[in-house]
Design a protein around this ligand. Structure first.
Ligand SMILES: [Zn+2]
Length: 108
């Protein structure tokens, strides 16, 4: 029974759905406390890794066509990025994961 819950939890994480993973945890009362703590840690990490880029800001940047890009690591808006660039260095976090706005929207 417990393995089943754990498996479903892992599947939800793999499917990039931490909300569903949490729901599975909460609806099943028989997980061992250590496992539950471990699971919550995984969900937390997963959420942190998932960066939300402001869709409105992204659209605006693409419309302006002024070499704006967004960092896939932290979500920060960067400037001086080629429209189809994919490896710009982020001014915010230093990762080379800045992608041009138009590229992100699939325009170029
Ligand atoms: Zn960044």
């Amino acid at each position: 029974m417990e393995n089943n819950t754990w498996e479903r939890f892992q599947n939800a994480i793999k499917a990039d759905n931490p909300e569903e993973a949490l729901r599975i945890l909460e609806s099943e009362g028989h997980l061992m406390p250590e496992r539950k703590a471990e699971a919550e840690e995984i969900v937390k990490k997963h959420k942190k890794r998932k960066v939300k880029i402001d869709q409105q800001a992204l659209m605006d940047a693409a419309m302006r066509d002024d070499c704006s890009g967004f960092c896939l690591a932290c979500g920060a808006e960067n400037y001086g990025i080629e429209a189809d660039g994919t490896k710009g260095e982020c001014e915010e976090c230093g990762e080379r994961k800045v992608v041009g706005a138009a590229r992100l929207l699939g325009i170029v």
